[in-house]
Design a protein. Structure first.
Length: 242
């Protein structure tokens, strides 16, 4: 497989993404890798606000670890928050070579990353069971952030023990990666989530919206700005955002 460590594509906000050699899609919108992570996954999801006053443990499902932007900004926001809550994050990634590139110090698309992002990514280490794990301590409260990555076809992911409060649905498009956009997939997530879970995604495709509705989610389009006008946020039909 073509190396993931040497490629980079500059996006409009100055951050870098790459094009996957198998799926033949960029990992992020050309309008900005960091911008999408910040405005959609951190802010529009309700995650940033939740960190300010939630004292209960929080669980995040990161669908498509990719280059690590969503996961690392999730850690960053928690580190900069009051630190009231322990947090667990499960990332899913199909390609182990990508994990090896993300955790290596000399990967080209890390250009412009903060020292903290470089440090946190390097601490994600492969375990004997094949998963990758890291743990961080909040600087003010000593609360714990536990990060686990399963290298697996997402449909086979093990959600045992999780009750997700936030879901970053960031798989490749439904045309390239259809198995992670089905009603069965969204039902699997719902079954492992809290009643007030917030799922956000860049895709507003009719298929995605229909499959969310069919599996018990209510969805709404939210303004995105830039060349992509809308994103999507979904909550259980009986729940609400944290």
């Amino acid at each position: 497989m073509k190396s993931f460590k040497i490629d980079q594509v500059l996006t409009d906000d100055g951050s870098f993404t790459i094009r996957h050699p198998v799926y033949d899609e960029e990992f992020h919108s050309k309008t900005g890798a960091r911008r999408e992570t910040l405005e959609l996954y951190m802010m529009a999801s309700g995650y940033a606000d939740c960190l300010q006053d939630c004292h209960n443990p929080i669980a995040v499902l990161d669908v498509g670890l990719g280059l690590g932007y969503n996961a690392l900004m999730t850690i960053e926001f928690w580190m900069k928050s009051p630190g009231f809550s322990d947090l667990s994050m499960l990332s899913l990634e199909h390609t182990e070579e990508l994990l090896e590139a993300m955790t290596a110090p000399d990967t080209a698309w890390k250009e412009g990353w903060s020292d903290e992002w470089k440090l946190w990514s390097s601490q994600l280490l492969k375990q004997a069971d094949g998963s990758w794990r890291a743990s961080f301590t909040h600087p003010m409260t000593q609360k714990t952030f536990s990060w686990s990555t399963q290298v697996v076809d997402g449909t086979l992911a093990n959600f045992t023990g999780y009750s997700f409060d936030f879901v970053w649905q960031d798989a490749f498009s439904s045309k390239k990666n259809p198995e992670l956009w089905t009603s069965e997939w969204f039902a699997k997530i719902a079954a492992a989530s809290s009643t007030n879970v917030s799922l956000v995604t860049y895709s507003v495709a009719r298929l995605v919206r229909d499959n969310l509705e069919a599996s018990g989610w209510k969805q709404e389009r939210i303004e995105a700005g830039g060349t992509k006008r809308q994103w999507l946020r979904a909550t259980p039909q009986t729940g609400s955002v944290c």
